[in-house]
Design a protein around this ligand. Structure first.
Ligand code: COA
Length: 627
């Protein structure tokens, strides 16, 4: 992954109201819900001194004392009265006054639309739903039909403005991401991508089903705009399965290519009228549903890991990576053995709206009426692609490249069965902070040094808010890991854990309120660039580089059901670690790159499990001693 995405990782998106017409006559019911959120507060620009002090604290565990002296001088000079920091701060404050969110557009462009590496593995997460055990093709197709109906039911609720406003504590969160999931598509460009949103005045009435690398248009509403019953959707899916024939060329792997390469190929592909029509139908569809084929032999990986790989990349050009259109915001995936979930293109939304969608679908499937089949349903239409010699050449390279990506990604996914967030709460600790400290501890256990550690915090309490970084590596987290690994008493271990958790929770509160370090510093850097100024030394300093090289990239994405999100590491020598804390267990999706000799996802998973158990045992033992 490039350093650019390292700088930008997390997400932002365009101002919703810039994308859609403001005229009242054109505003749909759902958009009115968004309009009422216009009075959400604006993302603040933190005071410079506060950020610089916090920054110094966060870099200390990652650099030597000698380096820290140099960094302290660099920071002092940057923040000195009348210095460059003050100048940049006032420019940033000016920007904040003239925008709804001073960071949002920078983020959308820098982290996503100008990011040229493949979205597959590097940017688009997978979300694994509760795993299934399909005993027949009929069972699988029934699940797929209900999945489509459940997604459409959720969209209906959005259209009716019936999805409750998400809250963080008492604060309502910006809901606009929820409305950007259906009908959205990332369009490849030659040097920068764009986002296509469905026209709210002429909303899409179709989805795309992919099977054996073929793409089918499926009308999912009747003439009165009622959602087709799952029985009728099932008829259409059956027709696709029966008529698909031989697998087509895996044209979908083009969407897993480097974005410049895909942008160029897209232009070539669009020169053909039939191709243009097919591309438009995909672009304008509500979402994709991928009916996958078999996978290659994946050895002795557990089912959770298999499903994770299937959702993140589809296991290569000979398996299911060509049965995708990675530009589409949401692609539901139904594997032949019961690997079910989705992958989503990250630029329009963070994980939580996607996890809400999943919970709705899972609930819908469980409660769907037993049979509503009968009557005629519209015929699926197979999309045509004419592949010229030039595009064929790009396709051959795209196949090789996606296969390399697939070969390089190691995942190890698991459920920590021993305990979940209820136990942690019973210890009067924040479950999220506790989990973060277990991750820090696991890294330290393996590498004998701390790792710069990114956790996503939502800043959606602000208008157009996206994310801030919680820097989970701290002086307290390192002290805690050392205490756990040393020959200390359980009392000392528990005390170190409590201090580390408290420190992390404090940073979390500051981050969700927009007072982290990373977005502010990046804003100061970008405003310098925008104004043609030199990039300040602070951004070239060892401390900045090391503390931004996020060796551990983590997120909590909590779903109510037995699910987890997963993604690739942020840096070549890093780990990805996403988790869903359930009441009595915790699901994890962890990853590493095989090409890096220093990291190993399976080892990380083992270290993580061991860390959780040792933390638990120390707590229980101290508790018992007090009885
Ligand atoms: N004692 C007992 N209970 C406690 C506690 C304590 N000391 N501290 C917290 N809890 C409880 C909370 O009240 C909460 O209870 P609830 O489940 O009944 O609501 C629960 O534990 C969870 O709180 P906590 O673990 O502290 O985390 P959080 O829910 O505040 O989440 C973040 C923290 C950072 C994950 C969240 O703020 C956030 O930003 N989420 C979005 C992340 C995101 O965007 N991810 C996607 C990236 S693509």
């Amino acid at each position: 992954m490039t350093s650019l995405v390292g700088l930008f990782r997390a997400v932002a998106r365009p101002s919703f109201l810039k994308t859609f017409p403001r005229s009242e006559a054109k505003i749909t019911v759902a958009m009115r819900g968004i309009m009422t959120q216009q009075n959400l507060p604006h993302l603040p620009v933190p005071p410079l001194k506060k950020t610089l002090d916090k920054y110094l604290r966060t870099v200390k565990p990652l650099i030597t004392d000698e380096e820290f002296k140099i960094t302290s001088n660099v920071v002092a000079k940057f923040g000195a009265p009348g210095g460059v920091g003050e100048k940049l701060q006032s420019l940033l404050e000016k920007r904040a006054k003239s925008t709804t969110n001073w960071f949002a557009d920078w983020w959308l462009n820098g982290a996503y639309l100008e990011f040229r590496s493949p979205v597959t593995v590097y940017s688009s997460p997978g979300l694994v739903f509760p795993l299934q055990n399909f005993k027949s093709s009929d069972e699988r197709l029934t699940y797929a039909a209900k999945m489509i109906a459940g997604a459409l039911d959720y969209k209906k609720k959005l259209d009716e403005d019936a999805i409750p406003v998400e809250k963080l504590g008492k604060d309502p969160l910006d809901m606009s991401q929820y409305y950007k999931v259906f009908g959205t598509c990332r369009m490849p460009g030659l040097t920068k991508d764009t986002l296509h949103f469905a026209d709210p005045n002429n909303p899409p009435r179709h989805i795309i089903v992919s099977h054996k690398n073929h793409f089918y248009k499926l009308i999912v509403y009747d003439d009165n705009n009622n959602i087709l019953s799952w029985g009728k959707l099932l008829q259409q899916l059956n027709e696709i399965i029966q008529s698909a024939g031989e697998p087509g060329p895996p044209i979908g792997v083009l969407t897993a290519e480097n974005r410049n390469v895909w942008g160029k190929a897209f232009k070539k592909l669009s020169e053909d009228r039939e191709n243009m029509e097919s591309l438009d139908i995909i672009k304008n569809s509500l979402f994709l549903l991928c009916l996958d084929g078999p996978n290659p032999d994946l050895g002795n990986l557990n089912f959770q890991t298999r499903a994770a790989l299937q959702t993140v990349h589809g296991n290569g050009s000979e398996a299911n990576s060509g049965n995708r259109w990675f530009d589409k915001t949401v692609q539901f995936i139904v594997g032949d053995k019961g690997e079910v979930g989705l992958t989503y293109e990250h630029s329009p939304a963070e994980g939580p709206p996607i996890a809400f969608l999943m919970d709705h679908i899972v609930n819908y499937i469980e409660k769907a009426p037993s049979d509503v089949a009968g009557g005629k349903s519209p015929k699926p239409e197979k999309l045509k692609f004419n592949i010229s010699g030039k595009v064929q050449k790009v396709l051959e390279t795209a196949k090789e490249n996606v296969d390399k990506l697939v070969d390089d990604l190691e995942m190890s996914c698991f459920t920590l069965k021993a305990y979940g967030k209820e136990f942690i709460k019973s210890q009067r600790m924040s479950p999220d902070s506790y989990i973060q400290m277990a991750i820090q501890f696991a890294f330290y256990r393996i590498h004998n040094e701390p790792g710069a550690h990114y956790e996503t915090a939502s800043t959606r309490k602000y208008l157009d808010g996206r994310t801030e970084v919680i820097r989970s590596c701290s002086l307290e987290s390192v002290a805690f890991a050392k205490t756990m690994l040393g020959s200390k008493s359980n009392e000392e271990k528990v005390k170190a854990l409590q201090e580390a958790v408290t420190g992390h929770k404090q940073y979390t509160i500051e981050a969700v309120n927009g007072f982290g370090v990373d977005r502010h510093l990046l804003g100061l850097k970008l405003i310098a660039i925008e104004n043609g100024m030199d990039i300040p030394t602070l951004f070239m300093d060892t401390a900045y580089i090391r503390s931004s090289h996020m060796r551990i990239s983590t997120s909590q994405v909590s779903g109510k059901c037995d699910s987890f999100m997963c993604y690739g590491p942020l840096v070549v020598d890093g780990y990805g670690c996403c988790y869903n804390p359930l009441p009595n267990e915790i699901n994890f999706g962890t990853s590493a790159y095989k090409s890096c000799p220093d990291t190993n996802a399976e080892k990380f998973r083992q270290a993580l499990e061991k860390s959780f158990i040792e933390m638990h045992d120390a707590l229980v033992s101290v508790q018992k001693s007090k009885l």
